[in-house]
Ligand binder design. Structure first.
Ligand code: SF4
Length: 479
């Protein structure tokens, strides 16, 4: 169980929001090892807990725990899981429900259709209402996460067939969900009708593999087939694939554009767009739109490094490293004592004095949430001798919270909610600051703007979020 001293460090950035992996094989083998490598490739999406469930037609066994994939799964642990023909896996960053073991996934349950396990990426905005209705109908819950509500509702409607249960339950889910479910000898993969979170599938010979991102397909040697479409339900059962659609009319797609800016790995392709290329393009646009005289361009590691290279390419200003990152900091960490907490950014990032001293730096970052980290980074660079720091952000000002799987659900957490670019610059203390506009961000993905959720920039969400307006108004009044 998580103690007070092992809470999340107050790192000021968006946080990854879970990754899922599933595999179906016609033959039984040590399938947990494939799931392990799939999850390892998705580690960037969640570092709090992880788990793997394996099924062999008779039973499902699972193991999950707090920590990174290699911490939780030793070679002995993987080989202690039975051979099987289906496996699902999950890496978690908590957005609903506390970061503790009982909320780790996959969720295992025994329902009307026997043994099942579910792993989910996303966030249901109507989980509370659904949970209360299910409780009135005598359902019991062991966790505080929306994914258990999903499992319970699927079970409610799974009289004979788990697929019927999924199709019926999905009509009632509101929010983002990409999930994998195993039961009745099937692997089922589902993406919500707006396609908010990514999900794709591929093959390794006659095996089918499902993953949040293509980098996990690459990680297990699978050949990418395609992205799972918004509202699509794929059932892998040994005799091939069955395709279903969630019976719900949704007029547009709403892929989370932040997947390209920050969440996804640069070597992934999501919905036909290379994450690397979109990041590079964002840096190029920043260089064209917001040039400045400087000696070096640097990116805040890791997610802004590619954009910084794009800026350097167009501006002709040499690329260099201004910051070094401690790569061994997980999402949970011993909470520093008060005095040190002020310095918590330094646990993760430090200035490269020899590279920055005496230089005018263009620093590229992907986003600014509270602004406190950006302020500390600028201070750090100046203390290391940087003459000027010009900050360029490869996304628009984050003005609104996200309710779809990212842990910024409050206006008070956002420095940009009610401030202008100039006011944010003053707060951060850099020489100049510029963000991409929404249109410029959409140019980086070369797709119709209407295919994306841009809610955290323009407040227009795929679903009506209850009391959203009141939350915004309240914050204006509180200010
Ligand atoms: S509100 Fe922002 S972070 Fe959340 S799903 Fe939409 S684009 Fe993504």
């Amino acid at each position: 169980m998580q103690s007070e001293r092992t809470k999340k460090l107050p790192f000021d950035s968006f946080s990854e929001e879970c990754g899922v992996f599933g595999i179906h094989s016609p033959e039984t083998y040590n399938i947990a090892s494939t799931a392990y490598y799939g999850l390892f490739a998705l580690q960037h999406r969640g570092q709090e807990s992880c788990g793997i469930a394996v099924g062999n037609g008779k039973k499902i066994e699972y193991y999950k725990n707090m920590g990174l994939v290699p911490e939780v799964f030793s070679a002995e642990r993987i080989s202690s899981l039975p051979d099987g023909n289906i496996a699902i896996g999950h890496v978690r960053y908590s957005t609903t429900g506390a970061s503790k073991l009982c909320n780790a996934q996959p969720i295992y349950f025994i329902g009307k259709c026997g043994k099942m396990a579910l792993a989910h990426n996303g966030n249901l905005i109507n989980a509370k209402e659904l949970r209360n209705e299910l409780i009135k109908e005598n359902a019991v819950f062991q966790t505080s996460i929306d994914s258990e509500v999903m499992a319970s509702l699927i079970n409610k409607y799974s009289d004979e067939s788990i697929v019927d249960g999924v199709l019926e339950a999905c009509k009632q889910f509101k929010g983002s969900y990409s999930f994998v479910l195993m039961g009745q000898g099937k692997l089922i993969a589902v993406r919500d009708p707006y396609g908010i979170r990514p999900l794709c599938f591929g093959t390794i010979g006659d095996k089918y593999v499902v993953a949040s991102e293509t980098c996990a397909l690459d990680g297990v040697g699978a050949k990418f087939v395609r992205d799972i479409e918004p509202g699509e339900v794929l059932v892998f059962d040994g005799s091939g694939i069955e395709f279903y659609r969630i019976d719900k009319t949704v007029e547009k797609k709403a892929h989370c554009i932040f997947e390209y800016v920050y969440f996804a790995r640069p070597d992934s392709e999501i919905d036909g767009v290379s994450v690397y290329e979109s990041r590079k393009e964002s840096g190029k646009i920043l260089a064209r739109k917001y040039p400045v005289e400087a000696d070096m361009v640097a990116g805040v590691p890791d997610s802004a490094v590619v954009a910084a290279r794009g800026y350097s390419e167009v501006s002709g200003i040499p690329y260099g490293e201004a910051l070094t990152k401690n790569r061994y900091v997980g999402r949970t960490f011993i909470q520093p004592e008060q005095g040190m907490r002020e310095n918590s950014v330094k646990i993760k990032l430090n200035a490269l004095r020899s590279n920055v001293c005496g230089k005018r730096i263009v620093l590229i970052d992907d986003s600014i949430v509270r602004g406190t980290t950006s302020k500390k980074i600028v201070q750090m660079l100046k203390e290391a001798g940087a003459k000027e720091v010009h900050l360029r952000i490869s996304s628009p000002i984050t003005k609104h919270p996200c309710y779809f799987g990212i842990d910024t659900n409050d206006y008070s957490q956002l420095v940009g909610a009610f401030r202008t670019e100039e006011e944010i610059r003053e707060f951060i203390g850099c020489e100049s600051l510029h963000y991409l506009t929404i249109d410029e961000l959409c140019q980086t993905v070369h797709r119709d703007k209407n295919d994306f959720c841009l809610g955290c920039f323009n407040g227009e969400y795929p679903y009506i979020v209850e009391n959203e307006k009141e939350k915004e108004d309240k914050h204006v009044l509180d200010d």
